[in-house]
Design a protein around this ligand. Structure first.
Ligand code: B12
Ligand code: SF4
Ligand code: SF4
Length: 306
């Protein structure tokens, strides 16, 4: 066994001990789907997410972020809480707990410290969601699953209700083989179930029609058409994951105490957002996913509820 193979095995073992559901390693080379990113942006599908345009060059070639990096250590973290009750104002399950950027950031920092211990002199940098990293593609290349027609990274035995966290590292670690299969087959359940028809093709989402975009990323007021799209979703949307047979079969409730559901997030009173002033909102939701749209965005979402 080579040193790089031993170190990669240890990194995965420690990752699991730290609470990650799965860990894989992949090489860093330009995105195999750089054209897809360009076409997606040029079509205007990113809406007001202008940061995606600014990050495009680095997303196409993640080595540009950290030129010394040789590998990506990619992690999955199960956040599923079980079949969801249906309150009047629905919240996507990923947002039922404290902001995952904080939880995963701490855990990735601990894994980076382990890599530095196993490969002395190495440096690693953590990315969760916000960085210019093509996270789902790196996860597929690290052997963790395939990218479904709903655009989600799906792992056999686990499903797709997972967060992805990435460490770019200059440590010498053996890479895993990519996940080669596409296990969607002839299924089209997610495409058919999307309440707004946001998929223009399998794996291609017009974010401007996606409830997740509208309720989380969209800035400013909704147009009358947008108000009619969000239905009973107050924040995010889980429909294209809920209907997936791989989730029906494999998604199981997480035992991760750092991601324990908080009642004010899982089943909020939508009228409260209009009553609470901005200071109260920040005290109550400052460490939660609701901070992204902020008080004005959450009031807007509540007004649009069907
Ligand atoms: C912008 C963004 C959004 C936007 C746009 C989503 C989209 N589909 O592009 C909006 C706000 C709509 C959104 C919604 C959601 N998001 Co989001 N989002 C992101 C973010 C920040 C960037 C994604 C991006 O670059 N989009 C641009 C398009 C062009 O890229 P892409 O869809 O990722 O496609 C890539 C591959 O699929 C590939 N590709 C294309 N065709 C093919 C074909 C094959 C065969 C292969 C292998 C690859 C491939 O090309 C692209 C480049 O790699 C990532 C974090 C990150 N840094 O990557 C999180 C991320 C993708 N989101 C995540 C989550 C959880 C969600 C929601 C489930 C939240 C919710 N419940 O409301 C929804 C799901 C909606 C959906 N079905 O995609 C997770 C997904 C985890 C997973 N297991 O897949 C991520 C990775 C964040 C994280 N760190 O955990 N999101
Ligand atoms: S998150 Fe909801 S609105 Fe967005 S693509 Fe999936 S089903 Fe459609
Ligand atoms: S619902 Fe069907 S088509 Fe969509 S991601 Fe799941 S298996 Fe693939």
């Amino acid at each position: 066994m080579t040193e790089a193979s031993r170190a990669a095995g240890e990194v995965k073992r420690r990752g699991r001990e730290l609470g990650f559901s799965a860990v894989g390693v992949t090489t860093l080379e330009p995105s195999a789907h750089a054209d897809f990113i360009d076409r997606w942006l040029a079509a205007g599908y990113a809406g007001t997410m202008t940061y995606l345009h600014r990050q495009a060059a680095r997303r196409r070639d993640p080595r540009a972020i950290f030129p010394a990096a040789r590998r990506a250590v990619v992690t999955l973290t199960n956040y599923f809480h079980g079949p969801a009750p249906r309150p009047t104002a629905r919240v996507a399950q990923y947002a039922w707990s404290t902001d995952y950027h904080e939880v995963l950031g701490r855990r990735l920092a601990a894994l980076a410290a382990e890599i530095a211990r196993l490969v002395p002199g190495s440096t690693s940098r953590a990315y969760v969601d916000a960085g210019p990293v093509p996270e789902r593609e790196l996860a597929q290349r690290a052997g963790l699953g395939w990218i479904g027609k709903n655009a989600m990274l799906i792992r056999p035995g686990l499903g797709s209700f997972t967060f992805i966290g990435v460490l770019l590292t200059d440590a010498a670690l053996d890479a895993d083989l990519p996940f080669a299969a596409d296990r969607c087959g002839t299924c089209t359940r997610c495409l058919d179930a999307c309440p707004t028809g946001a998929f223009v093709a399998p794996r291609t989402l017009d974010a401007r029609r996606c409830i997740s975009y509208l309720t989380i990323e969209r800035r400013g007021d909704f147009t009358p058409e947008e108000s009619g799209l969000t239905g009973d979703w107050l924040f995010g949307c889980d429909v294209c994951q809920d209907v997936c047979p791989w989730n029906e079969r494999f998604a199981g409730p997480t035992a991760d105490t750092a991601l324990a559901p908080r009642p004010e997030l899982a089943a909020p009173d939508p009228d409260a957002f209009a009553r609470e002033d901005d200071d109260l909102f920040r005290r109550r939701y400052g460490d939660t996913p609701f901070a992204r749209p902020g008080p004005a965005g959450m009031r807007r979402n509540a007004r649009a509820l069907a």
